[in-house]
Design a binder for this molecule. Sequence first.
Ligand code: SF4
Length: 297
Amino acid sequence: MNKTYRFDTMADLVALAEAEDISLGEVALRHEVALGQLDRDEVLAAMRTRWATMKQSMEVGLAAPQKTMGGLSHGAGQMMAGHRPVLSDAIATGVMARALAVNECSAAMRRIVAAPTAGSSGILPASLWGAQQRLGCEDEAVVMALLAAAALGMVMANRATISGAQGGCMAEVGVSAAMAAGAMAEMAGAPPDVAVHAMALALKNTLGLVCDPIGGYVEVPCIKRNAIFAIHATTAAEMALAGIRSFVPADQVIAAMKEIGDAMPKKLKETSQGGLATTLIGLEVMARRPRVDHVQG
Ligand code: SF4
């Protein structure tokens, strides 16, 4: 038995899980315990607290429009929650509403769980809420899914980056969607290799996504992007469950993300000096309001 449960790559993670016939979430749990700071119950309790905070941020964001720092978004989560689905269904629009709600909370400096960052904090809770609704599972299954998401996120952080300033938005929203996709697939019963394909499918299809927030506020495009990429994560998970595999192995997708992030111009990496930030309306916002340096990302 591997006492450290150390994994540097997605291939390592899958190999560890398969060798002991355990889930990605269980590998993450054993890895945390092996670090020696917390026992199994304490790790699970810590993750339950994260899920409780995520649920609270969804409720807060849905209960009332949030006053965001830049004032560029107001009540999008509530608006979505009050919308009767036309082209999707109530769970899908519920996912969108919650992703918007949490990210509006983030932009209003309310309490959220960065997953992996504040700017992408709506994707994982909203996605897992949706999966829980569809699968009818208990919170404990969500807690294990959060651990799986953490393991996937850790590899992406260590092998590439989870910073918009370093890798563009694919490193924040892309990584978050990839974490959510893998976690949802596992929640739905996918074996570890399939969950990692879900992760790869999600990340691969965010490559090149730039970080160009208007006025330096983590609001436009960030808040609506969370809703859109929560659905993207669900698509990736559903495709993996259908037997569709990423042609490019997950670790190679992560390497490509790193390469693209390194090559991305600085003006598209959280500096608000290009892209949407320097559109006519972006410049108008900038002129109206002093540009803030990033307080979160
Ligand atoms: S656009 Fe930039 S600030 Fe906004 S969520 Fe993406 S990485 Fe974060």
